[in-house]
Design a protein around this ligand. Structure first.
Ligand code: UDP
Length: 238
C-alpha cells in the first residue's frame, strides 16, 4: 500500500506528496478551483473526484496510444500515483479552434477553426502572468533543450490526434488544451493532468461550453458539465 509521506507542493487545485518510493509521488485532486491567476477562487463539490477519474481515463488512453505519461494508477477517489518527473517550466498549448487568450491577443473571433491547428508555449510564472515564449527564448534562457522542446511539441500534436477523435466520438469538440512535460530517467514524459480544467470542450452540435470556461465566465453548472463530458466518454463517477 502506497501512502503519502510529505507534502511537496500545493497548487491551486492539486497537492503533491512524496511516498516511501523516491521515484513516485501522489497527486491529490482537491475541490478547489481558481481562474485569472488565482483572483477568482471557489470550492466545487465532487470536483476532486471527477478530475481524478477524468485524468486517469485520459492518461490511460494516451498510454495505450504510445504516449509516455507519468500516470500509474488511481489510489482512491481523489488520489493518483504518478512517476516523479523533473518538470520543464513550460506549458504547451494546441488550438483547433480560437478561444481564450488567442482571441484577446490577435483580435480573432471565438469559434474560428484553425487549420492547421496552432501550437504555443507559455512560461510557467504566475508573477509574470505566464507569458508566451518561443523556442529561442527557451533555448537562450536554458529553460529546456532544443531536443526537449521538439519532443514536447511532437507529443502535444500526437495527443491532439488521439483526443480529437476520442471527444469527437462523444459529440464534443476539443477546442484547445494545455500540457506539461517532465523528464524521467532521460525520457520526456507527459505530466500534470488532463481534465476539463485545462482544456476547452464544446458540444459539437450546440457549441455549449462544457469546460472550465463555465467557471471563468460564471455560467454555472461547472461540475455537472464535467460529469456530462465524462459520462459521454464512458467514465463511471459513482
Ligand atoms: N490553460 C491552463 N492553465 C493555464 C493557462 C491555460 O490549463 O495556466 C489552458 C486553458 O484552460 C485552455 C488552454 O490552456 O484550455 C489555452 O488557454 P488560453 O491561452 O486561451 O488562456 P485563458 O483564456 O485560459 O487565459
Amino acid at each position: 500500500m502506497t501512502t503519502r509521506t510529505e507534502l511537496l507542493y500545493s497548487g491551486k487545485a492539486k497537492s503533491v506528496y512524496s511516498t516511501d518510493n523516491p521515484d513516485y509521488m501522489i497527486m491529490l485532486f482537491r475541490n478547489d478551483t481558481s481562474a485569472f491567476d488565482g483572483k477568482k477562487v471557489d470550492q466545487l463539490d465532487r470536483k476532486g473526484m471527477v478530475n481524478n477519474k477524468f485524468n486517469a481515463f485520459i492518461m490511460e488512453k494516451l498510454e495505450a496510444a504510445g504516449i509516455p505519461t507519468h500516470f500509474e494508477k488511481c489510489l482512491s477517489d481523489t488520489e493518483s500515483l504518478v512517476k516523479r518527473l523533473d518538470m520543464l517550466p513550460i506549458e504547451c498549448v494546441v488550438r483547433n479552434v480560437a478561444a481564450g487568450s488567442i482571441c484577446r491577443r490577435l483580435g480573432v473571433e471565438e469559434g474560428l477553426t484553425l487549420n492547421p491547428p496552432t501550437f504555443e508555449m507559455f512560461l510557467k510564472d504566475d508573477a509574470l502572468g505566464d507569458p508566451m515564449v518561443n523556442e529561442y527564448h527557451i533555448d537562450s534562457f536554458g529553460w529546456a533543450t532544443r531536443d526537449q522542446v521538439e519532443t514536447a511539441k511532437s507529443l502535444t500534436f500526437r495527443v491532439n490526434d488521439v483526443l480529437k477523435k476520442l471527444f469527437d466520438d462523444a459529440g464534443l469538440l476539443l477546442v484547445d488544451y494545455k500540457l506539461e512535460f517532465g523528464m524521467s530517467k532521460g525520457q520526456l514524459v507527459l505530466g500534470d493532468e488532463f481534465s476539463p480544467d485545462g482544456c476547452r470542450l464544446w458540444d459539437k452540435e450546440t457549441r455549449k461550453k462544457m469546460d472550465k470556461d463555465r467557471f471563468r465566465q460564471g455560467l454555472g453548472g461547472v461540475i455537472e458539465s464535467y460529469e456530462e463530458v465524462g459520462r459521454r466518454l464512458g467514465i463511471n463517477f459513482d
